[in-house]
Design a protein around this ligand. Structure first.
Ligand SMILES: Nc1ccn([C@@H]2O[C@H](COP(=O)(O)O)[C@@H](O)[C@H]2O)c(=O)n1
Ligand code: CDI
Length: 162
């Protein structure tokens, strides 16, 4: 551990959009024609947040903690994975200051669902909702995200020593 009181981390995730799956982002089930494909519930936002937290604490990444070859995590609720990852971050001596994330989705509109996502993250990470910011962007029709073949998310966190 270094002598600084703060550490930053970033996370990224992308999942394919397919028919016959629910679309779950930030623990919110969003009405849509397609949902995200994955071993777990494929919540790309929560996976990016989990990786940002683990990265900032120097604890590796989500796939190392929860392998996608382990049947235990098949269909897993990513909020459960996030809470377990954050428990390890706390145990390693760090706690969240604030979190900023961007969802890259050509559709559907994320804005109306952002407050519910913020509420879930604040609750799971034990901070005020004012410390969590969720943004969204289309991909301006460009590339795989613009063609609605998938949804991606980026997250940045700041941790401080407990
Ligand atoms: N899936 C999305 C994408 C965007 N938004 C909101 O629209 C604004 C403009 O997005 P552009 O990609 O066209 O720049 C963006 O700032 C978001 O407020 C959204 O809610 N859901
Ligand atoms: C969450 C895990 C585990 O179920 O599976 P997926 O839902 O496929 O998600 P991914 O972002 O590929 O990374 C981590 C995985 O090990």
């Amino acid at each position: 551990m270094n002598d600084f009181s703060f550490r930053i981390g970033q996370g990224f995730d992308v999942h394919a959009l397919v028919e016959g799956r629910p679309l779950i982002l930030g623990g919110v089930t969003i009405e849509h024609t397609h949902g995200l494909k994955g071993h777990s519930d494929a919540d790309a936002l929560l996976h990016a947040v989990t990786d940002a937290l683990l990265g900032a604490a120097g604890l590796g990444d989500i796939g190392r903690l929860f392998p996608d070859t382990d049947p235990q995590y098949k269909g897993a609720d990513s909020r459960v994975l996030l809470r377990e990852a954050y428990r390890r971050v706390l145990a390693s001596g760090w706690q969240l200051v604030n979190l900023d994330a961007t969802i890259h989705a050509q559709a559907p509109k994320i804005g109306p669902h952002a407050p519910a996502m913020v509420a879930h993250l604040a609750s799971d990470l034990g901070v005020q909702t004012t410390e969590i910011n969720i943004k969204a962007k289309t991909n301006e029709g460009l590339g795989h995200l613009g063609r609605q073949e998938g949804i991606a998310a980026n997250a940045v966190v700041l941790l401080r020593k407990r």
